[in-house]
Design a protein around this ligand. Structure first.
Ligand SMILES: Nc1ncnc2c1ncn2[C@@H]1O[C@H](COP(=O)(O)OP(=O)(O)O)[C@@H](O)[C@H]1O
Ligand SMILES: [Mg+2]
Length: 315
């Protein structure tokens, strides 16, 4: 790690504690003083420098561009889908994937759990995945199937995917609260919550509990975004679709669940829907970076792809 203008003595203390730039950038001066025993004024300088380095301090747009171009992306395995996302699923932000039952949300998550392991040149991040499963739909067999069509060592690929079953929202919070260690130790570069919506929707029923539900959703969204920034990883959460009574969001009869407060949290929002046969349509509908666009891709035996499956497609 390099922090411009910070002396060797302080850098040595930082390295000894194995602090990353991300960890420093989100610390308070007090926390840093307690961790590495430096003067408060030095701590403030270190934190400011780390924040500049990460692009979370006021800076010029030119510097921002430089910073953004360094951010990692995970390929979806469909070039068209990648292209509407600006290269794939980005690190340091929260991406929501909404869609009705069978639209391909979980298949995309499986594909990403494998693709994150690829080297950067091949569309990965050379890292591992943590999959928080709330619906018990994680299927190792299906991941094996997809991996076996690609150049993965199947056993190794599976051992790089960590699964946490979240039985209810309370449990989801406790898993997320304990992620720091595992992220550092296991080089996690992709965190998935599939499905993010289900427990919130089944546990907080009725208008009387709506405020409480929204608060919990916001809390966990903040935690997930903080992890994404702190550890430079991609966070993907899936959401269900509900009937849109007011039709204000899309002017269409369906919209992602969890309401208006949630709607502003993800930096990227993707809507998946079924099309003919094994084809699917992804629409990026809310992004500060990319226009609203659609991509056609396929979900077949071999996972996600640009073209329908044929047995010699990958040979
Ligand atoms: N082994 C497979 N071979 C081909 N297609 C599959 C396979 N497994 C799942 N699919 C496709 O994925 C769909 C399920 O998508 P999924 O991601 O589980 O939906 P959801 O959006 O509800 O999470 C199935 O309907 C099927 O079209
Ligand atoms: Mg699913």
């Amino acid at each position: 790690m390099e922090l411009k203008g910070i002396n060797k003595e302080i850098m040595a203390k930082i390295e000894k504690k194995e602090l990353t730039i991300e960890m420093i950038a989100v610390s308070t001066a007090e926390e840093l003083v307690a961790q590495i025993e430096i003067e408060e004024k030095d701590a403030k300088k270190v934190i400011k420098t780390a924040q500049e380095e990460l692009g979370i301090q006021p800076m010029t747009a030119l510097k921002f561009l430089e910073h953004e171009s360094k951010r990692g992306k995970i390929t979806t395995s469909s070039t068209e889908f990648d292209s509407i996302l600006g290269g794939g699923i980005w690190t340091q932000e929260l991406t929501e994937v909404a869609g009705s039952f069978g639209s391909g949300k979980t298949q995309l998550c499986f594909q990403l759990c494998l693709n994150v392991q690829l080297p950067v040149e091949e569309g990965g991040l050379g890292g591992n995945a943590f999959f928080i499963d709330t619906e018990r739909t994680f299927s190792p067999r299906r991941v094996v199937e997809i991996a076996s069509y690609r150049d993965f060592d199947v056993e190794e690929a599976l051992s790089n995917i960590f699964i946490g079953a979240a039985l209810n929202t309370h449990h989801l919070f406790s898993i997320v609260d304990e992620l720091d260690e595992v992220i550092k130790e296991k080089n996690i570069k992709l965190l998935i919550v599939d499905s993010f919506a289900s427990h919130f929707r089944s546990e907080f029923i009725g208008k009387g509990r709506l405020v409480e539900r929204q608060q919990k959703i916001m809390q966990i969204a903040e935690k997930l975004i903080a992890l994404a920034v702190k550890y430079d990883l991609a966070v993907v959460v899936t959401n269900q679709i509900i009937a849109n009574v007011e039709e204000f969001l899309f002017g269409s009869p369906e919209e992602p669940a969890l309401g208006f407060a949630w709607a502003h949290r993800p930096q990227q929002r993707i809507f998946l829907r079924k099309s003919r046969g094994s084809s699917r349509i992804a629409r990026l509908f809310d992004s500060s970076r990319m226009p609203e666009r659609e991509a056609l891709f396929y979900v077949t035996e071999s996972g996600l792809s640009d073209a329908p499956f044929s047995s010699d497609f990958y040979s």
